[in-house]
Design a protein around this ligand. Structure first.
Ligand SMILES: Cc1cc2nc3c(=O)[nH]c(=O)nc-3n(C[C@H](O)[C@H](O)[C@H](O)COP(=O)(O)OP(=O)(O)OC[C@H]3O[C@@H](n4cnc5c(N)ncnc54)[C@H](O)[C@@H]3O)c2cc1C
Length: 404
């Protein structure tokens, strides 16, 4: 049993590790260090209900303060960890203190990818990763404001949906030829493009932003040789993992801290979980996932591994996005070679796209279709084979289809 566990990063994975360590019977000391001002909170509402104004700040926090007291977890906030000395098993904090560990968990998440183009430093150019980002955006996120959104991925489109709902004049710029191209199939991209257009969002696909124009403050976005007037810019072009500490301490990193299926690094005293990691997923392919499911499940596995009881992590990844009154739920990891099967009608705003691989369900994308999503997720986990015509037949309930 370790006596001192240190967790770097007070986010989704960090707090899950605290909970799991105690649930698994760990009685030693736990210290969790976070560089933000807040105790661990959920990020998904930031670009959805919190930005809309229908979700109180207090509801963001994953646990009440009493949780940390009762769990005997020393929570050090507003403090960055600046170095890991693996030989001495110590971490150095920004204020100069050092802390010793028997086991160390890296749960440092990601940071936003910055756009480097002329004008990138102008006032009025925003990013969205934390509470402070949204609070800073709220003052200018007003009806009538012209917002230019760079990136037609989840974050950009969630902000577009909230913006349209709040009466902003919304324009989206996306380099790819379709929305959410990295995450969803073509039919789902097309469906969401139509929904955004119907809500008044101007979509510019195949369009890369070349520069932000303005004297001190943003006045326009240059894209495709044209300057589009804008009062405000939101950049949502992805994230990069916070793996510098691990890298500087000599741990293997490649777009994320490399861990095995037990959330262990090559150093038996150092573990990692959540967005900052790269691991070999259940399909035997190296992957870095950026979702709540992975943060939670990998942290559970890290806790077990830290206590000397490693268990292979092979859960089906899942994700969701809320745009307007549409709930998009995705399970599994699709491949371009999958056979697509449509169940339901996009015009009814309730449908699912199943991905079949070797006759079995490998992934599902469901829009306002919870039964398809939930059953599909289970079918993926159980490798259930199904005939495409059966899957497409709405007269056959999902429960029956789940039997294969
Ligand atoms: C706007 C937004 C919307 C999202 N929506 C969804 C969604 O709908 N569904 C979904 O599944 N996922 C969503 N995600 C992703 C999800 O929030 C992340 O996958 C999840 O938070 C990852 O948890 P984590 O613990 O790995 O990292 P985080 O929760 O990011 O926590 C990491 C923490 O470590 C801190 N840190 C980093 N380096 C140091 C250091 N050196 N010293 C101290 N502290 C450090 C960071 O500041 C951060 O507070 C969304 C993310 C964002 C930003």
């Amino acid at each position: 049993m370790p006596e001192q566990i240190v967790i770097i990063g007070a986010g989704q994975a960090g707090v899950q590790a605290v909970q799991s360590l105690r649930a698994e019977g760990y009685t030693g000391a736990i210290t969790m260090i976070g560089d933000e001002a807040y105790p661990p909170y959920q990020r998904p509402p930031l670009s959805k209900a919190y930005l809309l104004g229908s979700f109180a700040r207090e509801r963001l926090f994953l646990k009440p303060d009493a949780f940390y007291r009762e769990a005997g977890c020393e929570l050090i906030l507003n403090t960055v960890v600046t170095a890991i000395n693996r030989a001495a098993k110590k971490v150095t904090l920004g204020d100069g203190r050092t802390l010793s560990y028997d086991k160390l968990l890296l749960a440092t998440g990601t940071r936003v990818r910055k756009l480097s183009c002329p004008g990138a430093e102008l006032a009025g150019v925003h990013y969205l990763r934390d509470i402070a980002d949204v609070d800073g955006l709220q003052n200018v996120f007003k009806a009538g404001t012209r917002i230019a959104i760079v990136g037609g991925g989840y974050i950009g489109l969630e902000v577009a949906a909230v913006g349209a709902k709040r009466g902003l004049d919304v324009t989206v710029f996306e380099t790819a030829d379709r929305l959410m191209a990295r995450a969803v199939s073509k039919p789902v991209s097309t469906f969401f493009a139509e929904e955004h257009a119907a809500a008044g969002v101007k979509l510019n696909l195949n369009t890369s932003v070349e520069a932000f124009e303005g004297k001190e403050k943003i006045e326009g976005v240059r894209a495709g040789g044209i300057v589009h007037p804008a009062d405000l810019v939101l950049v949502g072009i992805g994230v990069v993992p916070n793996d510098m500490l691990a890298r500087e301490s000599g741990l293997a990193c490649q777009d994320g801290v490399i861990v095995d299926q037990n959330a262990m690094t090559a150093d038996p005293s150092v573990f990692a979980a959540g967005d900052c990691t790269r691991h070999v997923g259940r399909e035997g392919v190296e992957i870095r996932l950026e979702c709540v499911q992975n943060a939670i499940d990998q942290a559970k596995h890290a806790a077990l591994a830290m206590l000397g009881r490693p268990k292979t992590y092979s859960e089906v990844p899942w994700f969701w996005s809320d745009q307007y009154d549409l709930k998009l739920q995705i399970a599994g990891l699709a491949r371009p070679t999958d056979q697509l099967v449509l169940r339901g009608d996009p015009k009814a705003r309730k449908f699912a796209v199943f991905h079949l691989r070797d006759g079995a369900v490998a992934a599902v994308e469901a829009v306002n279709a919870a039964p398809e999503y939930l059953t599909g997720r289970k079918m993926i986990a159980d490798h259930i084979k199904v005939l495409p015509e059966k899957l497409a037949d709405l007269s056959i309930p999902m429960k029956q289809i789940a039997q294969g």
